[in-house]
Design a protein around this ligand. Structure first.
Ligand code: NAP
Length: 248
């Protein structure tokens, strides 16, 4: 399936691995110029290099998405270099799981800052040109944990639930400028983030997934690519759950 994204400039955070890498590659395959963001220069560098080697257009930027001033500076540099950004995918995220009584303040704040505050920094830094030219797409990668809650993940579930409120509010603020903002909530997708989980509790997890299999990064990239395209112009403020039927 191909979508109309040609020559749009897209920023994808957390593009060094897993879901973000699949999103960056699919956007590039559909004609976007993709800025791949990750924490380490090696991972986003390798993804951008791969896209360029396959005939696409990509650039790598290494920055800690939870560092507000650093993200502000990167956004200014990108707007100077490209003139505009059309698409923003807030995908970078981490987990620091633990039960409430054992959770440190650092585990709480690092998860809130990396998953949720980062959406505020990037959207504030990049959305103004979208509203001026009356075209823009913002997609936030939340989680089923943010919809249903999850024992042992109060920090992560709170951050991901916050992203849903953020998404709906941005959608309302920017709707009159034809800038859409949607969220995608994955279930269990096989990536580095879920590797140990899936290895240790595979049977127990599968018992709760009606489709009886884990998702692939491409399952998320498919819907994100649609939400970044011209074809999704009448869709905003929505949360798309891609989880094999776990949350209905
Ligand atoms: P992953 O394989 O662990 O990859 C995470 C990516 O985010 C990496 O490229 C990493 O950079 C980047 N990142 C993490 N912290 C960062 C920071 N402070 N600054 C900049 N970049 C940072 O994760 P994933 O499984 O693909 O998950 C992607 C998103 O989907 C996350 O928001 C996650 O919460 C969400 N999600 C995933 C699942 C799942 O089953 N996998 C389910 C629900 C939701 P480096 O490469 O430099 O380390």
């Amino acid at each position: 399936m191909s979508y109309t994204i040609t020559d749009k400039i897209a920023v994808v955070t957390g593009a060094g691995r897993g879901i973000g890498k699949a999103i960056a590659e699919m956007l590039a395959a559909n004609g976007a110029h993709v800025i791949c963001v990750s924490k380490s220069p090696e991972s986003c560098g390798a993804v951008a290099e791969g896209i360029n080697a396959n005939g696409g257009k990509a650039k790598a930027v290494a920055v800690d998405v939870s560092d507000g001033p650093a993200v502000k500076q990167v956004c200014e540099e990108l707007l100077n270099e490209f003139g505009t950004i059309d698409i923003l995918v807030n995908n970078a995220g981490i987990t620091r799981d633990g039960l409430l009584f054992r959770m440190s303040e650092d585990d709480w704040s690092s998860v809130i800052n990396t998953n949720l505050s980062s959406c505020f920094y990037w959207t504030k830094g990049l959305a103004r040109p979208m509203t001026r030219k009356r075209w823009g797409r913002i997609v936030n990668i939340t989680s089923v944990s943010g919809i249903a809650g999850n024992a042992g993940q109060i920090n992560y579930a709170a951050a991901k639930a916050g992203m849903i409120g953020f998404t709906k509010s941005v959608a309302r603020e920017f709707a009159s400028r034809s800038v859409t903002c949607n969220a995608v909530a994955p279930g269990f997708i096989t990536t580095d983030m879920t590797a140990s989980f899936v290895e240790n509790a595979s049977e127990a997890i599968l018992a709760n997934i009606p489709l009886k299999k884990f998702g692939e990064a491409a399952d998320i990239a498919n819907i994100v690519t649609y939400l970044c395209s011209e074809e999704s112009k009448y869709v905003t403020g929505q949360v798309f759950t891609i989880d094999g039927g776990m949350v209905m």
